[in-house]
Design a protein around this ligand. Structure first.
Ligand code: PMP
Length: 356
């Protein structure tokens, strides 16, 4: 037992529960919203080439990657920061803007790392319940802002429930928040969106200097294991985040791979794969609804079965059918879109569950 002082906020942190890892048997690993396909050949080649150079440090702030991202989004490099996955960047954001006891408004249920990052930053999570159909309650989020609010988080599409913010909702959110409050819009799953009503916060950046958009290479780019995320926003905020970020936070092979993933051909293939995942998602959703399940909209690469008290039993039923899903105790089960064969396996298992 250590007598070293551990901050009380750290002692009481909820544990981050990652999706179950595959045990190597014949299981469909649908627990972490990963892409069911391997990284692209050109990206793997860049990774291998870079690996021979790891006796050297990478560029400290990933300048070449930052420049490639800035070109992609027609912003300046001073408006982009890269980090060790978007989770690390969310932590850096809150470390940069929160003093002890400040408030951070967030939708709930949403990505479970948010309350942990908020607590680590010494701030207080003000959780605003989602609507009954799993959407952000935008007016309630705006109402939850107090003089102590430093940041407001939004997640679109929302993990784990699935719906995404429409352009109108995004605009209402950003316009309803006072300029002194930072708005962070987490678009980790935006590549999978097919509903034309859904908005992209990047389009609002010019008008709103208190807005930060978070994206990642972990999902549509199929690079979850490399850990690369990035933020786009106003240069003063980006500079503050750089100053709290871990130096050399994105490793050398990861920088090389992410740059390769931004080449036009790689981007086109990523878009095609994301579209194929979205088509599969819609097929599974239609199948589940036909089986009688009530599901919220799904705009990411996952869908949400809000089975409440039956969560553990459903997760176990899926496990027995060779499917690793992600249970959220007492709330529901989130299932990632897999390959067509994996998705068929889900549909067979959910049909069997309903026929019990
Ligand atoms: N944001 C959301 C909404 C997520 O669901 C996840 C991953 N589960 C992340 C961010 C984390 O992404 P990264 O791998 O870039 O840390």
């Amino acid at each position: 037992m250590t007598s070293v002082h551990i901050r009380s906020a750290v002692q009481t942190l909820p544990a981050y529960v990652p999706g179950a890892r595959s045990t190597g048997e014949d299981v469909a690993k649908l627990s972490s919203n990963e892409l069911p396909y391997p990284p692209q050949q050109s990206v793997l080649a860049a990774l291998t080439d870079a690996a021979g150079g790891v006796n050297r440090y990478p560029e400290m702030t990933g300048d070449a990657l930052v420049e490639a991202l800035a070109r992609r989004y027609s912003v300046t490099p001073a408006q982009v920061v890269v980090g060790n996955g978007s989770v690390a960047l969310i932590q850096h954001i809150l470390d940069a803007v929160c003093d002890e006891g400040d408030d951070v408004v967030l939708p709930w249920r949403s990505f479970e790392a948010y309350p942990i990052c908020i607590a680590v930053a010494g701030a207080r999570a003000v959780k605003v319940p989602l609507t009954a159909d799993g959407r952000h309650d935008v007016p309630a989020m705006i109402d939850a802002i107090t003089p102590r609010t430093r940041a407001l988080l939004a997640c679109t599409p929302n993990n784990p429930t699935g719906p995404a913010l429409t352009s109108a909702e995004l605009a209402a959110l950003v316009e309803g928040v006072p300029e002194r409050v930072l708005v962070v819009v987490d678009e980790a799953y935006l590549d999978f969106v097919t509903d034309p009503e859904v908005g992209d916060a990047l389009t609002l950046l010019e008008e709103h200097p208190n807005l930060l958009v978070s994206r990642t290479f972990s999902k549509a780019h199929a690079l979850a294991g490399l850990r690369v995320g990035y933020l786009v926003g106003e240069s003063g905020i980006i500079s503050a985040i750089r100053s709290v970020a871990t130096p050399f936070g994105v490793n050398l092979p990861a920088q090389a791979a992410a740059i390769a993933a931004l080449e036009p051909e790689a981007l086109a293939k990523t878009a095609r794969r994301a579209a194929a995942v979205a088509t599969e998602r819609d097929r599974v959703l239609a199948g589940l609804r036909e089986q009688g399940w009530q599901l919220p909209d799904a705009e990411g690469n996952f869908y949400w079965l809000a089975v409440g008290e039956q969560t553990a039993a459903l997760a176990e039923h899926l496990r027995a059918a060779g499917i690793l899903a992600r249970p959220f105790a007492g709330e529901g089960v989130r299932i990632s879109v897999g390959t067509p064969a994996e998705n068929d396996r889900v549909l067979a298992a959910t049909a069997a569950w309903r026929a019990r």
